[in-house]
Write a protein that binds this ligand. Sequence first.
Ligand SMILES: C[S@@+](CC[C@H](N)C(=O)[O-])C[C@H]1O[C@@H](n2cnc3c(N)ncnc32)[C@H](O)[C@@H]1O
Length: 301
Amino acid sequence: MDFCHTHEENNEEEKRSFQRIIRAFMFYKTHSLSRLTKTIHYLRSLPEQHQRLLTNYSNSLETIRNCIDYNYNVILGMVQDSAYLFENQNTPSLDGWHSTDEVNKPIETDLEKVESTLKQLVRDWSIEGIEERKTCYKPIIDEILKEFPLKSVSASDIKILVPGAGLGRLVFEIAKLGYTSQGNEFSVFMLIASNFVLNKCRGVNTHVLFPWIHQCDNNLETKHQTQCITFPDINPAKEFPENASISMVAGDFLQVFTFSIKMCCFVTLFFIIYLHDYRFTQIKMNGIALPLVFLSIVLTI
Ligand SMILES: C[S@@+](CC[C@H](N)C(=O)[O-])C[C@H]1O[C@@H](n2cnc3c(N)ncnc32)[C@H](O)[C@@H]1O
């Protein structure tokens, strides 16, 4: 799958931001272990009889230490393969960006995004995410199939754009049906992770991840925090028809697609509320201006 950048004049700024994000990924282990160590020290500072009551919790902290290593391995795979992410941009070498010393600590929001990127792999690319995918992607795909039935169109002539594509599963599913599918995403966290799955993962369930270890809420039992998943649930390379067309455009949707877009259809999910520009509401379907807040839409143009 091709990933391309569109605004060359912003290259320097984009390189810096790319570098910042790689640093956040690379800092994951240092940051996670440092938080874990603080918790362990706090636990050890409690009176012994209180510590005895928390033996299970203490053991689970040790398990989390191992889980961090697994997650970091996945991150290393993602980062290693991000150097050639953009086909039309020379991404600088990653050497020297792997600083893990506290002085160069990335900002908290970037570190949180690394964790949320790992969690998002569950819905898009694991067997555990299948029910959620059915709920959110299937209605969109059914609508596309209704609008452009595979029996009556040449699927590859139907160009479908997915703005705010996240980890790319919807873009992938559309391409798998034979349509020409293009995603658009401005988060480099998302682009790095989707590039890894779509372009580098070759095989089924080849990677092990512990997505919930940083989350202390919404766990019914302690063990749920250290539950593992494997991904990808399918081998992306094997699932495509021979002439499949899939690509991802990096950048802000409202800046990248300023020209008239030659697409047959837009589909989006959990995206439109993120647009801080009302131009998108100017798009009309059958003469009716679209309201701003949509959960998912299929727009044929
Ligand atoms: C809530 S997430 C949904 C992602 C994906 N559609 C999904 O359902 O998993 C919204 C996505 O839109 C992206 N996004 C937000 N504003 C954007 C913009 N102006 N241009 C491109 N992508 C944008 C964010 O980076 C994020 O990945």
